[in-house]
Design a protein around this ligand. Sequence first.
Ligand code: ATP
Length: 368
Amino acid sequence: MAEIRLDGVRHRYGRSDDALKGIDLTWEDGGAYALLGPSGCGKTTMLNIISGLLTPTEGRILFDGVDVTGASTVERNIAQVFQFPVLYESMTVEQNMRFPLRNRGIDKREAQARAEEVAELLEIGHLLKERAKGLSADAKQLVSLSRALVRRDVSAILFDEPLTVIDPQKKWTLRQALKRVHSELNHTLVYVTHDQTEALTFADTVVVMDQGEVVQKGTPDELFERPAHTFVGNFIGSPGMNFIDCAVRGGVVGFGGVDLLRLPSSVSPDHEPGDVIGIRPDFVRCAPLDRSGPAGLEAEVGAVRDIGTAHLVELLVGDAGLVARIPPGEHVPSGRCTVLMDGDDVHFFRHGVRVEGSSSVVGTGGAR
Ligand code: ATP
């Protein structure tokens, strides 16, 4: 296993715009990472640069501090699993798993023991003697995964959307199996996906990309609770964070006549174009209209959607729209209601970036 560092990595295909725009990023040894972002943001480019399939236009790749920018995939000792299964159809599952080890001079007994261990972790022990050719698409992909996992000497294992061919019901089981394998074998894993559920349920740390840049690296909780950027607030969560234009006066951020946050002294106390507050639908609460509190805002209730695990309620406060997620068993408003927000759940974003160090003034500022 290795610590992998990207140092000022930029990549451009031909004359097009930069697919990666100068990335400085460290993947720590033994970490389980997801690389998450929308289609075209540069995930595969980043993965191929780590594995050595692509050489960056600028910058360096360091494995444990050693510059490997010019080294091949084999020299870097990377295992990569692609969207679609890559295996030898005429071999049995066990032969497929032993193959990468045979090539590295591991003796047969040891190779067999490792194949059995990984097969057990992925719950495919019963398939070891089966020919790959007759397997279902998802069993084949499991074999592809296991061919990467049997290797102990790899610097990292890179997964590029590996569950694309897997039946949706089985994806959860497989991700859990991968997590189990990671906790047993402690490989450095990088798992590329555009699906936030996959990323958040697999990884300890998620790297979020947008338009060739890394916008945040953090735990699933950090991405949810403290998104560094409006892009992350919107991309993570279903639905994403509410963003609302706000007033900023004398370092105090308000909305609908209610003071919510006091800005830190490190930022300008006056309003700037594009200033917004963000709040997760989970933290927008609705109360009966007569319950006016210091942070109460009168709202008109729009469409209500029952999504099974909650109700999503559209609210209009003045001309600002926002969504509340009402948990099961709680009152679903209709007509008009009072919207309550706790300043601790509200984030202030300037030029798209979350301003750290704001403090809540709800309950002390009062309604203006
Ligand atoms: P997806 O999830 O759709 O696979 P991605 O996040 O992996 O997308 P990349 O495939 O890395 O993104 O692509 C990043 C950018 O580089 C995109 O604008 C894409 O069109 C461009 N690109 C990728 N490969 C090539 C190539 N071989 N030639 C030219 N442009 C490319």
